[in-house]
Design a protein around this ligand. Structure first.
Ligand code: COA
Length: 382
């Protein structure tokens, strides 16, 4: 039985455009010093007009599949954790499935805000553990820049865009995703929210809305309360998941937290009596990329050589919902050498996948026209 879900591939994508704190200070009343001191953030990446949550997710997933040496046609499940889908449906995951040409994969989006990646990892690893699928691509992808009020200095300095992905593969060898704890508290829904529709008629009690009473589809946050919530749940969920695995903090090589804010992690580290070196941080460069932040940090940790085979690592996420989650993963791979030619050759198959997709769309249209012209177009009820 292939009941252990191992991480065998990882990949990330950040848009080219980098926005510094100084640039933000030309847009709102803020300074590089204020932002860095309160959050640890110096820069964030912002998606170009032609980029979407799905294209970012595709780039990350394609890179992860290259590392895993897995053909897209073999992928059985794609989960995209995101709070910034382009559509309620089709899901971002379905778009990624199409871009990848993952013709045998089931695909869906998962909504758990900044905890989304850890939630999705758990869903995918359990699907592997039960034998429902043999592998899965788990992606966190966000275009936060599209849901920010760029005139609100309290939120616009915090967030950034990006995507990170991992490939999970079933194995009979113990390891991979070892234990997870998932938690939520909907009574805190108003502390951090993002309405899905512009004219949603049912406001969340406590959340602030525009003067005409309508939700705007931008982020609404009570920074202080979220700060307090986050420092508490990081510590408790790490302790929880360690207990599940019968491990102690000494057994953990690296904790990769959701990258919201350096001060939050410092406070959590103090609570856990752990040194900051035990926590991997890259919020300085990327800002808060919500569900994408953990896999983005994982990619950087791997490329900096911070993970060795047999290391136990912890992912810990927290955010809107309220939601929080932690996972212990045994890291058991060494990054493979990928030649330029191999990398480029693998890109060709995605061009072919887009061609096949276009062909299918065209074929559907031709078939529909043929049915119409043959007079066989009776609508139900006609
Ligand atoms: N630049 C300059 N001043 C700013 C500012 C900015 N970007 N944003 C807010 N301020 C001002 C406020 O207007 C306020 O001014 P006032 O005292 O004149 O009213 C002052 O700074 C203090 O505001 P406050 O909101 O109390 O600051 P804070 O110390 O709580 O820091 C956060 C604000 C957002 C950095 C902090 O609350 C935080 O990190 N919260 C968690 C947010 C988070 O990580 N969310 C995502 C979780 S997934």
């Amino acid at each position: 039985m292939m009941r252990y879900a191992h991480i065998v591939g990882w990949g990330c994508y950040l848009p080219n455009r980098l926005v510094t704190n100084d640039e933000l200070s030309t847009m709102v009343d803020t300074t590089d010093e204020w932002i860095f001191q309160r959050t640890g953030i110096r820069t964030r990446h912002i998606a170009a007009a032609h980029e979407t949550t799905a294209t970012l997710a595709f780039e990350a997933a394609a890179r992860a599949l290259t590392v895993a040496d897995l053909n897209p046609s073999q992928v059985e499940l794609i989960i995209v954790a995101t709070s910034t889908p382009e559509y309620m449906f089709p899901s971002t995951a379905c778009k990624v499935q199409d871009y990848l040409g993952a013709s045998r994969a089931g695909a869906f989006d998962l909504s758990a805000a900044c905890s989304g990646f850890v939630y999705a990892l758990q869903m995918a690893s359990q699907s592997i553990a039960t034998g429902a699928v043999r592998n899965a691509v788990v992606i966190g992808s966000e275009t936060m820049s599209r849901v920010i009020d760029w005139s609100d200095r309290g939120t616009c300095v915090l967030f950034g865009d990006g995507a990170g992905a991992v490939v999970l593969k079933g194995s009979s060898v113990p390891g991979g995703v070892m234990a997870t704890t998932l938690r939520s508290d909907g009574s805190g829904a108003d502390l951090l929210s993002l309405p899905a529709l512009y004219h949603n008629p049912v406001p969340i009690a406590g959340a602030e809305y525009s003067s005409n009473g309508h939700h705007k589809n931008i982020i609404d946050m009570d920074g202080r309360q979220v700060y307090r919530f986050a420092t508490n749940v990081i510590a408790s969920s790490i302790q929880d998941v360690l207990k599940k695995c019968e491990l102690t903090a000494d057994d953990i090589a690296l904790i990769i937290p959701h990258q919201a804010n350096t001060r939050i992690i410092e406070a959590a580290a103090r609570k856990l009596k752990l040194p900051m070196e035990k926590f991997y941080m890259n919020v300085e460069h990327n800002g808060n990329t919500s569900a994408a932040s953990i896999p983005l940090a994982l990619c950087d940790a791997v490329s900096e050589g911070r993970l060795r085979p047999d290391d136990n690592i912890v992912f810990v996420g927290f955010g809107g919902g309220l939601t929080w989650a932690a996972s212990i993963v045994k890291w058991d791979v060494t990054p493979p050498e990928i030649s330029f030619v191999d990398h480029e050759w693998k890109r060709v198959r995605y061009i072919m996948a887009r061609g096949r997709s276009r062909l299918r769309r065209w074929q559907r249209r031709v078939e529909a026209n043929m049915v119409r012209s043959s007079g066989n177009n009776k609508e139900p009820g006609n």
